[in-house]
Design a protein around this ligand. Structure first.
Ligand SMILES: [Zn+2]
Length: 408
């Protein structure tokens, strides 16, 4: 008992070096080996208490001032005794960082849901019966820069028509991986154009898994995928805000503003500058049709949905195309376990003061009238919001996009 008391006093005083202190101190006692590890990209946890005997941990996400909402958490527990349960108490965290079920993994690759946590006030207690002595726990299935790079490599290995294309360097100097398809341009037949991006908000890891699913489908043997790549210029960016993804910060509402409020004439973030340039180039060549920005929504949004532009940004041609695209996605995404809302929500003047600087609104304002520009919000707080569920959703998105772009 003394050990636990000493630990908690120590942690209150030296919160800033908690993970390190935890590791060092825990090794000095017999109750010891129950430790929190954070020595990997995207790790995020602030420890408020740890009780090795009870295998109990009280925590919140790490606060990164100026780097957006503290709603992403991911850590590894080691030295777990498998003969008793673990209790993880999440405190001081908004509903956006408080999933009904936490995610756990024994290898950092395959992720599963815990049983639903118990809500007590604003706290959420996840109890888990361990079968391994080392377990990762996270808000959702993590998708880091390393996964984006591996994904790019897998696509290149499989599809000779794909090109790796660094979107830009981030403000902190990280390369932002992207993939590109540039089919030959047969005379008198302008190509179609498609831009798909994920993670303008760093914590929304599910959107990168949807993006991965889309890419997997695109390099599959499906005849529709081959046909799409023959007539469409395609750019896919699995992670926009790589710096906050690697930091383990939320990103949403970061300073001076987040990526999805940055689509102005003078963007702050190099990823946005590069995306605008790529989109305008395709649009000016008359080869741009569809922009999809992938996100995860609020905790209460149990069915995925699209955000579209307000009427001011929907000339009749775009409106008709958007309707056809939505009907096509209803057929494919709507048949997935996650489903799809038949209502397109609008993010216009009433949604946010910087609404014109939301990516899809900027795209609508700066590209041809036929271009459809939408935000896809894939639900993260449901039993189907797993890596497998997201990837399958991405496959369905691929089928929908191909069917839509196969039409004049
Ligand atoms: Zn978002």
């Amino acid at each position: 008992m003394k050990v636990d008391r000493d630990h908690s006093t120590m942690f209150r005083r030296f919160r800033w070096i908690q993970p390190l202190v935890l590791t060092l101190l825990a090794g000095s006692t017999e109750l010891n080996a129950f430790q929190v590890e954070t020595n990997f990209p995207g790790a995020s946890i602030q420890v408020f208490g740890i009780d090795a005997k009870r295998q109990a941990l009280t925590f919140s996400p790490t606060q990164h001032p100026g780097k957006g909402w503290a709603c992403w958490w991911h850590f590894r527990l080691t030295g777990i005794q498998t003969n008793r349960p673990i209790a993880l108490t999440l405190i001081r965290t908004s509903a956006f960082g408080r999933p009904t079920r936490a995610m756990f993994s024994h290898d950092g690759v395959n992720w599963h849901h815990t049983e639903p946590g118990v809500r007590i006030g604003a706290n959420q207690i996840y109890r888990h019966q361990p079968t391994h002595d080392t377990i990762h726990f996270a808000w959702g299935p993590p998708f880091q820069l390393q996964q984006a790079r591996a994904l790019v490599q897998r696509v290149l290995d499989r599809d000779p028509s794909a090109r790796a294309s660094e979107l830009c360097r981030s403000r902190e100097g990280r390369p932002v991986p992207a993939l590109r398809w540039e089919p030959a341009n047969p005379a008198a037949a302008p190509r179609r154009g498609l831009w798909v991006e994920a993670r303008q908000h760093a914590w929304e890891s599910g959107s990168s898994w949807v993006c991965q699913g889309f890419l997997e489908w695109l390099i599959s043997d499906a005849p529709e995928a081959r046909k799409l790549k023959q007539h469409t210029r395609i750019v896919v960016v699995p992670i926009m805000d790589v710096d906050n993804v690697e930091r383990g910060a939320g990103g949403k509402d970061q300073l001076p503003h987040d990526h999805n409020r940055d689509w102005s004439d003078r963007p702050h973030w190099p990823e946005v500058t590069a995306a605008q340039r790529g989109i305008l180039e395709m649009s000016q060549a008359g080869e741009f049709d569809l922009f999809l920005d992938l996100h995860n929504p609020g905790p209460g949004d149990k069915t995925p949905f699209f955000y579209g532009s307000p009427e001011t940004h929907l000339p009749p041609i775009r409106k008709a195309h958007q309707k056809r695209f939505h009907e096509t996605t209803m057929k494919h995404l709507g048949a997935e376990p996650l489903g799809l809302s038949p209502i397109i929500r609008v993010s216009g003047p009433g949604y946010h003061p910087l609404w014109r600087h939301i990516s899809k609104n900027w795209v609508a304002e700066n590209t041809a009238e036929r271009v459809v520009a939408l935000t896809l919000e894939t639900s993260w707080n449901t039993s189907n919001s797993t890596r497998q569920g997201y990837v399958s959703y991405g496959h369905a998105l691929g089928r929908a996009v191909a069917e839509y772009l196969d039409h004049p």
